[in-house]
Design a protein around this ligand. Structure first.
Ligand code: BDR
Ligand code: CA
Length: 329
């Protein structure tokens, strides 16, 4: 099995990503780092522990950064017009936050003694094999680890990031949430020289799941199936004003982070992928956190990542059903 480390801000789609990775026999989750993002670090860490406990698996959870590397020093860059954990009314007004905790039992298992940066460095240094990283939240932890010990990059097989967007954005008119949260961290990772695949909104919006998909998880009659269905249903209801209806006009919700996990398991779930140069805007202006995808024929900087523009919704849904359906089996 391929060794992976997840980096999450759990978060509903993060929870589904964790369960998919943990239950896929082709992957071995050697650890999970938590980061701030969807919610404060206390909540994302507790939620991650809850998911690991629900799975009944022995996977270390290492708490990570509680804020951006640089951005939080500039109050002017913090304005956040959208966070996925707002509940909106029918006019699109924010009426509060979702429950910051996942609807599963509180964690009695404990987090690792190592912080996320220590965990990355120890796991990568000590592993005989290279490890694939799947960061699906702000990239603060990984950037800090790379700066603290640059040689870890030699032990990274591949980095598959959920973040960014070329034709699609969510957090601001120009930026996707994960990259917007810590643009400097994202640029550190993108210029690390590692083998990088980006699974941006362009791909995740093409694999938005519907209530019909949710039913396939309910039918599993397991705690994992129930949680997945509930999270999908909740997201469809809560975010219907933010998410585009899918091509058939049905209400749907992207499960962003799980697509990054599926892209590690089977890269063919991504159907259109550019090999190109991507930089992150760190200007603090309207484009702060935007991923600048070079689509020119002649580029003046080295290519640094594979950037997905489309994905196969049927394959994605089938993969989730297959792996999440293994719980208890
Ligand atoms: C990303 O932002 C977070 O809210 C989600 O968990 C996902 O990682 C989508 O922009
Ligand atoms: Ca996330």
């Amino acid at each position: 099995a391929r060794k992976v480390i997840l980096d999450v801000d759990t978060g509903g789609d993060d929870a589904i990503a964790i369960m998919t990775a943990a239950l896929c026999p082709d992957l071995e989750v050697v650890g999970i780092c938590t980061t701030w993002g969807n919610l404060p670090i206390e909540n994302t860490t507790e939620n991650t522990l809850r998911v690991v406990q629900l799975l009944g698996m022995d996977i270390p959870v290492a708490r990570g950064a509680s804020q951006a590397m640089v951005k939080t020093l500039f109050p002017g860059r913090l304005h956040n017009p959208y966070t996925p954990d707002f509940v909106m009314d029918e006019n699109g007004n924010r009426i509060g936050y979702h429950d910051p905790y996942l609807p599963i039992p509180a964690a009695t298992i404990k987090e690792s003694n190592l912080c996320a940066v220590e965990f990355y460095i120890k796991a990568l240094t000590e592993s005989a094999e290279k490890i694939t990283l799947i960061p699906v939240g702000p990239l603060t932890n990984l950037a800090l680890a790379m700066r603290a010990k640059p040689s870890i990059c030699e032990k990274i097989e591949q980095i598959v990031i959920m973040g960014g967007g070329h034709t699609q954005r969510n957090d601001t008119a120009s930026a996707e949430f994960n990259i917007w949260c810590d643009p400097e961290a994202a640029q550190v990772v993108l210029t690390s020289g590692c083998d990088i695949t980006i699974v941006p909104l362009d791909a995740t919006h093409r694999t938005a799941l519907t209530m019909d998909h949710a039913r396939r998880f309910t039918e599993m009659h397991t705690p994992v199936g129930d949680l997945t269905a509930k999270l999908i249903e909740e997201r469809i209801t809560a975010y219907q004003l933010l998410q585009p209806a899918n091509s058939t006009g049905e209400l749907s919700t992207p499960i962003h982070d799980a697509l990054a996990v599926c892209a590690v398991i089977d890269p063919s779930v991504l159907t259109e992928v550019l090999y190109t140069r991507v930089n992150v805007d760190m200007s603090g202006g309207y484009a702060d956190g935007a991923t600048i995808v070079d689509t020119r024929e002649k580029q003046d900087q080295p290519k640094n990542c594979h950037f997905a523009l489309d994905a196969d919704i049927d394959k994605f849904a089938d993969m989730l059903v297959e792996y999440l359906g293994r719980f208890g089996g």
